[in-house]
Write a protein that binds this ligand. Sequence first.
Ligand code: ZN
Length: 389
Amino acid sequence: MRRMIEHVDEEYIVSIASRLVRINSENPPGREAEVASFLAERLSELGLKAKVDAFDRRANCIASTKDFERAGLLLLTHLDTVPAGEREAWSIPPFGGIIRDGRLYGRGAADAKGCIASMLGALKALADSGVEFGGEGLVLAAVADEEMGSQGVRRLISRGFRADYAVVGEPTGLRVCVAHKGRLVTTVKFTGRYAHSSRPELGINALYAASEFALEIEEYSKRIKGKDHPLLGPPAISATMFKAGEKDNMVPGWAEVVVDYRALPGERLETILDEFKHIAGKVDRGRGTRHETIVLRWVPPSEVDPGSRIVEVAAEAVRRVLNHEPEISGFQATCDMSYLVNDAGVPSIILGPGDLEQAHMADEWVSIAELVAAAKIYALIIHGILCAS
Ligand SMILES: [Zn+2]
C-alpha cells in the first residue's frame, strides 16, 4: 500500500502548480477569491468536501474528508503571495506559470503555490490507491493573508477549528522544521520640544534622541548574539524606518524609529519591550525627551516537541522518499504555525518544496523534482497519521 501511495502523478502536480501561479493572488491588495474557487473545484474532483469561506473580500479554501471543524491531520498553507513588484526585474512573466529546465517559475511558485500543488498531488495519489482515511479525517485549509496579517488562519481558529496535528506548507527545502522565529514590529516615538532653528538651545531635538536610540539598537543587536536556540540561532534586531521633522528651519519636536525584532521560542513580548523601554529611557534621561512604544505587529514564535508523533512520522516520510536522514531544522521567518501552536495548541511542523531564498524575489521558482518529492512525503505523512493504526 505504501508503495502505491508514493505513485504520485507528476503531470498533474506540475499542471496544478502552473495553473495556480497563473491566477494572481497578490497581497496586498489580497485577492484570494479566484484562486480559492479554482482550488475548491480541484479538491471536489479529488472526492473531498470543499468550500470557499469568503469574508471581507478575502477567501479561505477548506476541504475535508469528514468534518470542516475538526481533523486528525490538518494540511495548512496559504493562497496569497507577496506582490510581483517591478516587472522589469523579472526575466520571465510573473504570472505565466512557465516551466523551464525542470523548474516552475512565477510569483508564488515557491511560496506557497508549490506546496498547494504537492498537497493536491498527495491527495490524488491516496485517492488513486483507494486508501480509506481513518480517525478524525483530514482537512486541507489554504488560507488568505499569510503574508500580511494572517486573517485567514485566525478566522479558522477563532471559529473553533481544532486538529490533532498539522503540517504547515511553506518552502523549507523539504527540511522538517519544528520551530520558527516570532516577529515584533514596534514604533518608538520620542517627543522633545519644537524651537526655531536659529535658537536651537530653546528646543529639545527629538531627532537626536531617536538617532541615539537607533545606534543603541545597533549595539543591542551585537549583545543578543549571545542568546542562542539550537535550531534557530540567535534572535535578530534592526532599526528599519526613521521619521522626523516637519520643516527645514525647525528643531524637530518628535521623531520615531521602527524596530523589527525576530524572537526565539521562549521569548515573551513584555520582556522584549522592557528592553526597548530601558534603552529608550536612558536616552530620555540624557536628553530630556519622553518616549512611547507602540506595538504594530506581534507574531509569537513557536516550537513543537521533536519527540511529537507528527515529527516522527514526517521524519520517516522524508527518510523514505529522499533516501537520507531527514534534517530537523528551524524556520527563520514567521508563518501561520504560530497561530496553530499558540492559539489552538496543535502540534505542528513546517515542511514544503522550494526555499525561502527563492521566495519573495524576482524570477521566483521551485524545482519540479521537489514538488514531486513533497507530494510523496505529504502522502506518507497523511497515511502515517490517519491510516496506520
Ligand atoms: Zn509563505
